[in-house]
Design a protein around this ligand. Sequence first.
Ligand code: FPP
Length: 260
Amino acid sequence: MNQTPQHIAVIMDGNGRWAKKRLMPRTVGHVRGAANVRHMVKACNDLDIRYLTLFAFSSENWRRPPDEVSALMGLFLQYLENEVAEMKAAGIRLRVIGDRSAFAPLLQSRIDQAEQDTAHNTRLNLTIAANYGGQWDVLNAMRAWQIAHPHKTLQEMDANALAAHLSTAELPDPELLIRTGGESRISNFLLWQTAYTELYFTDAYWPDFDSAALKAAIDWYAQRVRRFGRTDDQVSAEPQSAVEKADKAMPDLAARFKIS
Ligand code: FPP
């Protein structure tokens, strides 16, 4: 098996512990984490990865101490202000997913501007999940579907129709999800979209996760056999591309057999 993921999603965990280990405030860990976002985006663009989705702030992160929340908001704003010109030059398209209405007006307008400024770029698709929750995304998609189809009932909604209203509707599902920081959970990230994603957990704290560590995760992924519900024997009888094609048809099958 020698496959490269086209979409990598990352839960960037461990900033706080990275700082604590060095007897520094947690916010220093986030500053180093933000610097690593910059390195990782460049590394993925250089490796011709098509999609990179980063979990920067969950809908639950508002529960953190107010000074930490405002430090994270400040870093996000600073990131947009410092990086968008370079993204434009490097062909990177930026999208932000999540409920941005909770952000300060200045941050909201910088996000809108950054998305517009990079909308025609065709190399790496960088998506930042901010005030994002996977449960929010699914609920929102159901509501949007109902608004788009006021005369239909939920019985008429299938998996493809719901996915078309998720915040990630323009993106393929990630093949590889990396979580740094030693925890093994999804933490309300891309719940729907990671149904068949390969999950890679590493003890490295996010600020330490460098391009060699990224390469190790991609090499690990290359060895995975993706079955999409089939047996080992079926998979070895067919090229992996055929198995992935079967996966793409799966929501149609599920709809046909009314599997929910
Ligand atoms: C989790 O580490 C990390 C976060 C909640 C924030 C991630 C933010 C950044 C990497 C920087 C800002 C982002 C951008 C896009 C500029 P943690 O604080 O929970 O670490 P811990 O588990 O060690 O406490």
